[in-house]
Design a protein. Structure first.
Length: 498
């Protein structure tokens, strides 16, 4: 059996157990007899200590010149890159996704670290002319303070990196509470960033459950900003908590992402995209494609080819090079997916492929479910409206572009969307009219790049967006300060006639 890692919290530069001594365990979802980690189950005192450490460290970190902070991030990028293989394997072992995707998860962290390291030399504001003589005016980005970062299990390295690096480059200090299903991945990432030279107290990690540790952290009076990624149900609860205290929060939440396939699409390309979108990461991506809205003229051809290809996917342990789709994360998630499959059948959708748990032989100790395809799905059905977060594809027939876009937009979510078409006008109309934070043309709904803002509309995202570019994470992790400097030596009065 591979090593079980016993990990600790990192508070004020010291690796410590929870004050209560309580622990939690993480398991390999492909084989639950493999205990991946034993982590502290933190409570209020642990969180208090971490917030206190972050508050203290903020006084110095905010004054470190951003290019110097960038040098630390650059070293972190190099270290993560050096350990990419080991970390990628750990992602697969603790979270389940296939190794290629585990390595991709780590690569996103490398990319984000390099990108944000560069932002250290680009943290600019504006200098604007004053209406008065011998006076100048400028705006500058300043850090927010202590940031609480709360992350899910499905990208156990990438999503923490998407938050930690922009938070640090901006001069904030951090209390990071990762998912209790992937504590080892989170800990290893924090170890490498610490090794890169982050001063003590600047980056703290506190393991624990959502209700036990996460909620207390979000409501903590010493926390100045919160960045949360996870389910819409939890996000909405945290939004209420923060707004009742008059404070901001940014939440990236669930999705129900559509791919439109028009009658002029390259069907084979659309089928490949649909497979990757629906069954990549076993459908456990916030941007996973779960609704396939297909023009009636190509509906049957697409469905037939899609099912034929999906049938050939090999399900298994993600560490095997033969595996196309790994397990789901846990028993709760398996039950949720199977429940939705039953709901789909009862609602009158046609189950065309899969639909069952795989539980014999090599699958016995894991959380495996078959790639599943429903046709005859109507947009009013629950399987077409609610986030399933598993490998379940719903195929819906549409009559024309306008109809397809209306179906796509008939959702309380609005994270990612896609269209397959060879008609430039169709592509342009979809780009304009799809109600989502991200639109792909001739590519599936997954595969965001880190140099652009990332986030959803409607119930998929509230607050500031993540990642790079204009409108990206720097807007979340900094606030604007305006400075007027009068060097006239006399009292000058703006807006007052002299
Ligand atoms: P989750 O909401 O159960 O948990 C996310 C994080 O919040 C975990 O760290 C958890 O411990 C913590 N948490 C849970 N309850 C809490 C509470 N009451 N107070 C404070 N923290 C709490 O989500 P999950 O199952 O880990 O992840 C899957 C969900 O995340 C899906 O809905 C998926 O769409 C979403 N997701 C969204 C994005 C995005 O960028 N939009 C990316 C990845 C995942």
């Amino acid at each position: 059996m591979p090593e079980t890692f016993t990990i600790k919290n990192l508070i004020a530069g010291k690796r410590v157990d929870s004050v209560s001594g309580k622990t939690l365990e993480s398991f390999n979802p492909a084989d639950t007899s493999d205990v991946v980690g034993i982590a502290p189950a933190s409570g209020k005192i642990d969180i208090d200590n971490a917030v206190k450490a972050a508050k203290k460290a903020f006084q110095n970190w905010r004054l470190v010149p951003p290019p110097k902070r960038g040098e630390i991030l650059f070293r972190a990028a190099e270290l993560i890159k050096k350990h990419k293989d080991e970390l990628g394997r750990l992602v697969t072992r603790e979270m389940g996704k296939i190794l290629k995707e585990g390595l991709g998860d780590v690569e996103e962290a490398v990319d984000m670290a390099y990108y944000m390291a560069g932002e250290g030399r680009r943290l600019c504001g504006e200098t604007v002319a004053s209406e008065l003589l011998n006076k100048d005016c400028k705006s500058v980005r300043v850090p927010v303070g202590v940031f609480a970062l709360i992350t899910p299990w499905n990208f156990p390295i990438a999503i923490p990196a998407w938050k930690i690096f922009p938070a640090l480059i901006s001069g904030n200090t951090v209390v990071f509470k990762p998912s209790s299903y992937t504590p080892v991945c989170a800990s290893k990432l924090v170890d490498l960033i610490t090794e890169a030279g982050v001063p003590e107290g600047v980056l703290n990690i506190v393991h624990g459950s959502g209700e036990g540790a996460g909620e207390y952290l979000v409501g903590h009076p010493g926390v100045d900003g919160v960045s949360f990624t996870g389910s819409t149900a939890v996000g909405e609860k945290l939004i209420k908590m923060r707004s009742s205290a008059g404070k901001e929060i940014s939440c990236e939440m669930g999705g129900k992402n559509p791919i439109i396939i028009m009658d002029d699409a390259r069907i084979d390309l659309a089928v490949e995209g649909a497979l990757w979108g629906a069954f990549g990461t076993a459908g456990q991506r916030c941007t996973a494609a779960s609704r396939f809205i297909v023009h009636e003229k190509v509906h049957d051809e697409f469905l037939e080819k899609f099912i034929a290809r999906a049938k050939k996917l090999t399900v298994g342990n993600g560490l095997s090079p033969l595996t196309d789709m790994g397990p789901l994360i846990n028993e709760t998630q398996i039950l949720r997916v199977l429940d939705y499959i039953e709901i789909g059948k009862k609602e009158g959708a046609a189950l065309r492929l899969g639909g069952s748990r795989l539980s014999s032989g090599a699958f016995k100790k894991g959380f495996f479910v078959e790639p599943t395809v429903f046709s005859e799905v109507k947009q009013k059905m629950r399987i077409a409206r609610e986030e399933i977060f598993g490998p379940v594809a719903c195929v819906i027939k549409a009559t024309e572009l306008e109809d397809a876009i209306a179906i796509a937009n008939d959702s309380e979510y609005g994270l990612s969307s896609a269209i397959y078409t060879r008609d430039a006008n169709h592509a342009a109309i979809a780009e304009r009219d799809l109600e989502a934070g991200i639109v792909y043309i001739n590519a599936p709904t997954i595969g965001a790049e880190i140099q652009l803002p990332f986030g959803g509309d409607k119930k998929s995202g509230i607050g500031r967006k993540e990642a790079g570019g204009r409108g990206g994470a720097l807007d979340m992790f900094t606030k604007w300060k305006v400075i007027y400097r009068d060097f006239s030596g006399v009292l000058q009065k703006a807006q007052i006639d002299s």
